[in-house]
Design a protein around this ligand. Structure first.
Ligand code: PEP
Length: 251
């Protein structure tokens, strides 16, 4: 049984005071952590305060990015060692905005994933595709190639400790979500890829999230799909009421 995972990506929004205030407003209203896992990815400078504010609440704190190297001359990067030290639970790696705006490619994301696994920070491996890539590649989805390239050398033991997200570019940040059938198809393709390249047992356990304009109106339909184990939410997660409606979608 895969535990649902509702993760918020705050991108470059909210300062420290706003982030902590948000946690204080939601922490007593979260779903039972045994039934639904909830996480938030704040801006990097708010991670420490968020970890402190979330203590004992079950809320997981997620880094939006991390460097592949543990230390050294990498000005401006965020080290996985530091993230691990401060108690960050997850790191999103290869988000579509990192790829699109900052030139991250599969090789870079692959190195980050390997480093996160070694450091004990669970990677949320972000995959994406455009509608053109999807149509051109047909059954051999672009997302399949992207995923296999990022997972190169990730062992049977290590793959058990990853979360994967599917965020089609036509749905991220546009306010109009991919239709539920396409969202499910993307997540199912990823699960099949894991089954074909690892084992069915692993594919059955791995959690796959859908991301792209999820909101309080569409979350239930998405979460009802068999291969969608959770969602990654940008814009709609910034508001306390919307956030609480979404994390409590089972009520
Ligand atoms: C995201 O950036 O991961 C995302 C899913 O954004 P939005 O929900 O705003 O489409």
């Amino acid at each position: 049984m895969r535990k649902p995972f509702i993760a918020a990506n705050w991108k470059m929004h909210k300062n420290i005071a706003e982030s902590v205030d948000f946690v204080n407003q939601i922490k007593d209203k979260l779903p039972d952590p045994a039934k639904v896992e909830v996480g938030i990815a704040p801006q990097a400078f708010a991670l420490y305060s968020m970890v402190q504010a979330a203590r004992n609440s079950g809320l997981k704190i997620i880094a939006q990015n991390a460097a592949a190297e543990y230390n050294g001359p990498f000005t401006g990067e965020i080290s996985l060692r530091g993230l691990h030290d401060l108690g960050t639970n997850y790191a999103m790696l290869g988000h579509i905005e990192r790829r699109r705006l900052f030139g991250e490619n599969n090789t870079a994301v692959h190195k980050k994933v390997k480093a996160a696994l070694q450091m004990g920070v669970t990677p949320i491996i972000c995959t994406d595709e455009t509608m053109v890539q999807k149509e051109v590649n047909g059954e051999i989805h672009y997302v399949f190639q992207q995923l296999m390239s990022v997972l190169h050398g990730v062992s049977l033991d290590q793959i058990r400790n990853v979360v994967i997200s599917y965020e089609p570019s036509w749905a991220v940040g546009v306010g109009q979500h991919a239709n539920v059938a396409l969202a499910e198809e993307g997540c199912r393709t990823i699960r099949r890829t894991i089954a074909d390249n690892y084992t069915y047992e692993i594919a059955d356990k791995i959690r796959i999230l859908y991301g792209g304009s999820v909101n309080p109106d569409n979350i239930k339909d998405l979460m009802a799909k068999p291969d969608i184990d959770g969602v990654l939410i940008g814009r709609a997660s910034l508001d306390v009421d919307n956030f609480l409606k979404m994390v409590n979608y089972l009520d």
